[in-house]
Write a protein that binds this ligand. Structure first.
Ligand code: SF4
Length: 98
């Protein structure tokens, strides 16, 4: 998984059309994140748009990132998509209420 992630990042950085898509704002979880590395079942067709918005844009709004920050990577549900903030907030609420 790591090799493919590095290869993808390399291709983005060195693509003549990338125009510097990898920025300081890119999520620090990119290398290990199952979503970014297409390791999740049922990846939506809009996955590339979500990667642009969350992974290469602003991870502070990412549902997966929110849970990871609160409870660690092992607590992130395997099927959680970055745009499902409602599910993330519900999970955080449930964990804090337990
Ligand atoms: S899906 Fe979220 S946690 Fe994973 S790399 Fe993208 S922004 Fe980071």
């Amino acid at each position: 998984m790591r090799d493919s992630a590095y290869a993808y990042l390399f291709s983005l950085i060195h693509s003549p059309t990338s125009k510097g898509i990898i920025t300081m704002a890119s999520c620090e979880c990119i290398v290990m994140c199952p979503f970014f590395n297409d390791q999740m079942d049922g990846m939506p067709e809009i996955a590339e748009k979500l990667k642009e918005k969350y992974c290469l844009g602003s991870n502070v709004d990412c549902a997966r990132y929110l849970i990871r920050q609160q409870f660690g990577a092992q607590a992130v549900p395997g099927d959680l998509f970055p745009n499902d903030k409602k599910a993330a907030l519900r999970l955080i609420h449930d964990k804090l209420s337990a």
